[in-house]
Ligand binder design. Sequence first.
Ligand SMILES: Nc1ncnc2c1ncn2[C@@H]1O[C@H](COP(=O)(O)OP(=O)(O)OP(=O)(O)O)[C@@H](O)[C@H]1O
Ligand SMILES: [Mg+2]
Length: 308
Amino acid sequence: MIRISHLNKSFGEVKALRGISFHVEAGEIYGLLGPNGAGKTTTIGVLCGLVIPDSGEAFLNGVDVIRAPVEARRHLGVVPQEVTLYKELSARDNLGFFGQLYGLRGRELKARVDGVLTRMSLADRSREPVERFSGGMLRRLNIAAGILHRPKVLLLDEPTVGLDPQTRAAILDLIRSIAKEGTAVVYTTHYMDEAERLCDRIAIIDHGAILAEGTLAQLKQAAGEREIVALRGTFRPDAGPPDLSSLPGVEIIKMTEEEILFSLANAERQVSSILEKIGAVGEVREVAIRQPSLENLFIKLTGRELRD
Ligand SMILES: Nc1ncnc2c1ncn2[C@@H]1O[C@H](COP(=O)(O)OP(=O)(O)OP(=O)(O)O)[C@@H](O)[C@H]1O
Ligand SMILES: [Mg+2]
């Protein structure tokens, strides 16, 4: 349903996309998981026909997005990262406006609007100006606008940012139910737990490239049995990495003045030897061991945490 291959895009000096390829089938939820600036919105922009890539291809339901953007957009619903609604209009009028953009009219339009308002639990507030809505209500209405015309492909760009856990859970349920109806969904997030809970397949994206891709089980397996030991304290990275030659299999994946991250197996058994070595190059205040997980894989691949 969605197929993109070898997308490249630069904005001046910034390489926003470097060879992004993936495909998403009908009914599948595909997660793009990555930190700020990873290239998530740019990828979504290409699929919407709003960003023209320097090279590469993108197809929606077999239609070339770059050559035939208008036709491609008919298959597409988009929930943009920034809420795009008319504040002075009611929820009903906002949806009416978006529905008309998609070519819906008359009784059909009214039925669809009523349907999505109920589905998003907004029916009882549907006649108030949306400037009175809470953040969660605006987000729900933004999603409603994206699914009104029952698109075959739904792109959601970080739709739950800033929402409380209950509202987030409700939105995830809703996206699952939309996918069950056969819609191909691309879901961008920097929340690890959302990617884990929602997505059938996940791509870890950073600096414009997909670093790993697969089901949650596949990605966890790729993380291997290796754990991460995180030391916090005061270090001197400019003095070079500590000598770990007597500790086979222990790898440094990040070293800053405040933190050193090691990837290794059997962390419990090796941690005291690591501390001995590090004692020579800095002062350790805190030691943490993290079990194998998607988060570890992410840190190992990108050298950073999603919260950074
Ligand atoms: N229109 C633009 N002009 C210049 N640079 C841009 C433009 N759009 C994106 N970029 C740059 O491209 C890179 C990728 O940005 P993008 O918005 O795709 O990241 P993102 O993964 O969506 O991040 P976030 O989680 O912050 O939304 C960033 O370095 C960004 O500054
Ligand atoms: Mg973005």
